[in-house]
Design a binder for this molecule. Sequence first.
Ligand code: FES
Length: 121
Amino acid sequence: MTMHRICALNDLVDGAAAKFEVGKHVVAVVRIGDDVYAIGNRCSHADVALADGDVDCDTKQLSCIRHGSAFSLETGVPSTLPATQPVPVFIAEVRGADVFISDQPMMNAASPDPRVKRAQP
Ligand code: FES
């Protein structure tokens, strides 16, 4: 797994999502204050870009613009129907003024490959 610089932290709008290509994945990147989160951009219900959805900064969720399923930015798990399957979660780090995203998802239900380990807190 390799971390890739995608942009400067100040390039991200606080409380909004933006789409980036990292390796072979398309990732929805969300900034909440000085924290950054990254989940797979494709909704697990249909082929819709999650980066077009709304961010709830209090619950740390990104809602799909099509039917409204809200996905956790920390686990990728949807809390509301119609989506029932999680989306992958990527490692997101702020290093100085720059944002880095992993080119492989962490292990969760959407990425069961045991060779990919969850990052330690
Ligand atoms: S397409 Fe995302 S919830 Fe239906």
